[in-house]
Write a new protein. Structure first.
Length: 428
């Protein structure tokens, strides 16, 4: 456990930052690079703990992966050249690793055991397991296979047509990955659009994938290695976007940040609240948009955040809640019950933390109500071993009257290993 004591920042925030590579894209680059035949080079890879779990999983399956700082070289013989692991695969606290790897392991014709840490073991896996079982895999575990640890007897899959009952890019991705091993065509129907990083990258690796309206279909065509550039993670950039928006006099530029439409809800919210924000140097590589985001301090207005935008900013809602404490009027967040199924119950964690710091925040079943113009006094807060809660508290410390003590910040290494160094650099 690593506690941290943070003092308010007496300066405006200024400078240029390059945030780490996108976590979602980094996971998928390792997965598809390992499934493709040839050598895949991945640049600006996120070397956070979660993504390293995905690398380790494929190493146990026999894939040659070389890590050189933030560059990866993945050498694989394709879909049919994996070996049965002699030890259980450990997913740590990575829900993305667990759910996407279940899709892969379901297609491999051998036995695999998998497990996670205490937090991941308490998170439901049935939303992924149900469609994979419909495709023909055998998955057994606690509560009829709803929770880790899990035993998978893979292989012999058949394509299915599956309509997502929940808005989840992880479930969609797991089914599409299993579809690479299945006989026939696999179709996923998503009533509400979710992150499409898997679809973009599958196309880049040469998959036989088609998208028509809400239906995504894939066959078992082999993949071919390709180079992957990982844009900066907008979920990590969001912390500094909010910091610049709430610290008077601030002006920050964040370089090469991913701008995939399915992830830019945070930009839409900041714009609607009245923030001074602009985008420049926009580019597209392998279907992924990215560019530079510049944001300056400006007085903001509270808004209502709900509906279809929620999947586009689900991970940013904790830091948006902090943002809302500094806006004029009330902000209401709804349709975000998914927050209760993250590393911790993020609705309760956010409400407790911001209330301890002096804000007025009330929980609801699917979100929260936040009073603006709050004076944050500081105090002691609990991260609940959740990286996004820990970083939210750290950004809050910039504007508190007194110091903030965060009980444990070690989880920050999951998605942003150099977060505190970057925070110090823009505040000095």
């Amino acid at each position: 456990m690593k506690d941290m004591k943070l003092s308010p920042c007496s300066n405006a925030l200024n400078g240029i930052l390059q945030v780490p590579g996108d976590k979602s894209i980094s996971h998928r680059a390792v997965i598809l690079g390992s499934l493709a035949k040839g050598t895949t080079k991945v640049t600006h890879f996120l070397t956070g703990e979660d993504c390293l779990r995905t690398i380790n999983a494929f190493k146990l399956l026999g894939v040659d992966i070389e890590v050189d700082n933030t560059t990866l070289y993945i050498r694989s013989n394709g879909l049919s050249h994996f070996k049965e692991p002699i030890e259980p695969i450990y997913f740590g606290n990575s829900g993305t690793t667990a759910r996407l790897m279940l899709g892969v392991l379901s297609g491999l014709p051998f036995f695999t055991a998998s497990y996670g840490d205490a937090s991941l073991t308490s998170r439901p896996m049935d939303r992924v397991i149900i469609p994979l079982q419909q495709m023909g895999t055998s998955i057994n575990g606690r509560s009829n296979g709803s929770y880790l640890p899990l035993a998978i007897n893979g292989g012999g899959l058949s394509g299915v047509q599956y309509t997502l009952p929940v808005k989840s890019a992880q479930v969609k991705s797991a089914i599409l990955l299993a579809g690479l091993f299945a006989e026939g065509t696999t179709e996923v129907i998503e009533p509400t659009a979710t992150r499409n990083h898997s679809e973009n990258m599958l196309k880049a690796f040469g998959a036989d994938i088609s998208i028509e309206d809400t239906c995504i279909s894939i066959t078992n065509q082999p993949l071919t290695a390709t180079d992957v550039f990982v844009p900066g993670d907008i979920s990590s950039a969001a912390f500094f976007m909010v910091a610049a928006a709430i610290v008077p006099g601030s002006n920050l530029t964040l370089k090469n940040v991913g701008l995939n439409f399915t992830r830019t809800g945070i930009i839409d919210v900041l714009t609607e609240m009245g923030a001074s924000i602009s985008i420049s140097n926009k580019q597209t590589i392998s279907g992924e948009d990215f560019g530079d985001i510049t944001i300056s301090y400006k007085k903001l207005q509270g808004i209502v955040i709900n509906g279809d935008i929620i999947p586009r900013l689900i991970d940013e809602l904790p830091i948006i809640a902090l943002l809302a404490t500094q806006a004029e009027g009330e902000t209401v967040i709804g349709d975000a019950e998914e927050l209760r199924l993250k590393e911790t119950d993020r609705i309760e964690a956010v409400v407790e933390g911001l209330t301890n710091l002096g804000a007025e925040v009330q929980p609801t079943k699917d979100g929260m109500m936040i009073e603006g113009n709050s004076v944050l006094v500081g105090g002691s807060v609990n991260s609940y071993n959740d990286h996004r809660i820990a970083m939210m508290h750290a950004i809050a410390s910039l504007i508190t009257q007194n110091e903030v003590v965060i009980d444990d910040v070690s989880s920050v290494a999951i998605s942003y290993p150099n977060f505190f160094q970057d925070l110090t650099s823009v505040c000095s």
